[in-house]
Design a protein around this ligand. Structure first.
Ligand code: ARG
Length: 461
């Protein structure tokens, strides 16, 4: 059924339908469209536009359709309707005749789609928040599994200073907490109901928009009808949040890919999240992680695409805006899958603790501690710095950490060095000195871990 029959004498061309129709993707908003219609029918009854009997007929037909939508029983493939709004209306008209033809009174697909898509975003944001919670929990569990392990920390991809393994896990916990809070923020901002804005100028019927907003679970109605039908900021905010979080996932993936490499050998990934090579039998490739990194392209692309789509649009609604959905729907799906994938990968990780420790020690991060030790023996800092540097060179030449050099050898470079130097050179010594808020000492990391676990428990109530 074309929605604009009266003014037209010729049918749409096939190519026009192919470009214009959106049912094949906006069918994802079927439940939201039906819920919106249920609320609208109620509002029309309260405004005296529909009789009680008409409202009840619409209500029960829509409730049936809702059940069918939820069980996947609606046959979209057989339909030639343009979009989900005309699909739902056509079904009603087929069932109820003229009563079905009354539902669209005072409403436009413009305020309808703005409402449906907000409801769709809200539902998905809530489940993405759950995904983020689950990933945080797994990061915390991973940290607890290896509470006594250390990892070489890097800057410029050069070994810099040793850190506690859990410190690395907790860094990502911070990022995913921020992502969740961005979702909370956007939920608050988008919590306004556009229904009742009409095509652009508002509705002529005396529907109570406060009650309508409430009925659909929104905090309040939108305050300007032109803005209400034209605003897609909530989609952009979702896409930005998804992009930022995918960037976090990508960095997590990149770290793990490197840790898993033959060169680093810090972790092993489980068989269930890696693949083999069809040619090289020895290979175990981190495909899951590479795809988490790779899928950033399409997610960042969707954000860029919608910004470009929106930037030149005059107020109010323009059909360009129908392009808001596919990118956002794909993004939500990819982000959800990548959050779950990251979760599985982390659960499969085995840390090669000895190898990590050895690599951390070979980073010569304790050269500063050695210089400070020499200062403690009364040597001026500049001289201590030189001596420590010479000792590092000697250790590098033998491919050993400083603490593997015997005391006799250390004493040939500086006679003031004693046996007590080894306590200072110990890798844990440097780690545990970094015990201020946010630092990597075992004590700070363990405290942070328990604090985060408690926070999660209280959030989950
Ligand atoms: N399918 C359209 C969309 O997604 C619904 C709104 C159509 N409005 C209109 N005036 N043609 O944007």
């Amino acid at each position: 059924m074309a929605l604009w029959g009266g003014r037209f004498t010729a049918d749409s061309s096939n190519m026009f339908k192919q470009v214009n129709d959106s049912l094949n993707f906006d069918q994802a908003m079927a439940t939201q469209d039906i819920q919106g219609s249920i609320a609208w029918a109620k509002a029309l009854y309260q405004a005296g536009v529909l009789s009680e009997q008409e409202q009840q007929q619409l209500h029960s037909a829509l409730e049936d359709m809702l059940t069918q939508a939820q069980s996947g029983a609606l046959d979209f493939a057989a339909s030639t309707e343009e979009d989900i709004h005309s699909f739902v209306e056509a079904e009603l008209i087929e069932q109820l005749g003229d009563v079905g033809r009354k539902l669209h009174t005072g409403r436009s697909r413009n305020d309808q789609v703005a409402t449906d898509f907000r409801l769709w975003v809200k539902t998905h944001v809530l489940s993405l928040k759950q995904d983020l919670v689950q990933l945080r929990r797994t990061l915390l569990n991973t940290a607890s599994r290896y509470q006594h392990s250390i990892l070489p920390g890097y800057t410029h991809l050069q070994r810099a200073q040793p850190i506690v393994f859990g410190h690395w896990c907790l860094a990502y916990v911070e990022m995913f907490k921020r992502d969740a809070s961005r979702l909370d923020d956007l939920l608050v901002r988008m919590d306004q109901c556009p229904l009742g804005s009409g095509a652009l100028a508002g509705t002529t019927y005396p529907v109570n928009r406060e009650v309508l907003a409430n009925e659909l679970g929104f905090a309040s109605p939108t305050l300007n009808s032109l803005d209400a039908v034209s605003d897609r900021d909530f989609v952009l905010e979702l896409l930005f949040t998804a992009s930022t979080s995918m960037m976090h996932l990508s960095r997590l993936a990149e770290d793990l890919i490197f840790y898993n490499s033959g060169e680093a050998g810090f972790i092993q990934l489980g068989d269930s999240v890696t693949s083999g090579s069809s040619l090289m039998p020895q290979k175990k490739n981190p495909d899951a992680l590479e795809l988490m990194r790779g899928k950033c392209g399409r997610v960042f692309g969707a954000l860029q695409a919608l910004l470009v789509t929106m930037k030149g649009l005059p107020l109010a609604y323009n059909k360009d805006m129908q392009e808001d959905k596919e990118g956002a729907m794909d993004t939500v799906n990819q982000w959800h899958c990548c959050l779950c994938m990251a979760d599985e990968v982390l659960q499969s990780v085995t840390l090669n603790e000895d190898r990590c420790r050895e690599a951390a020690m070979k980073g010569y991060a304790n050269a500063t501690e050695l210089a400070d030790y020499l200062v403690g023996k009364g040597i001026p800092f500049r001289t201590a710095h030189d001596i420590s540097g010479q000792i590092v060179v000697a250790a590098i030449n033998q491919d050993k950490p400083i603490e593997a050099l015997p005391l006799s050898e250390l004493q040939t470079l500086c006679a003031d060095i004693d046996d007590d130097v080894y306590a200072v050179l110990n890798v844990e010594y440097g780690i545990n000195k970094r015990n201020n808020i946010g630092g990597t000492s075992f004590k700070t990391v363990t405290e942070a871990l328990y604090r985060e676990l408690e926070k999660m428990d209280s959030e989950e109530g």
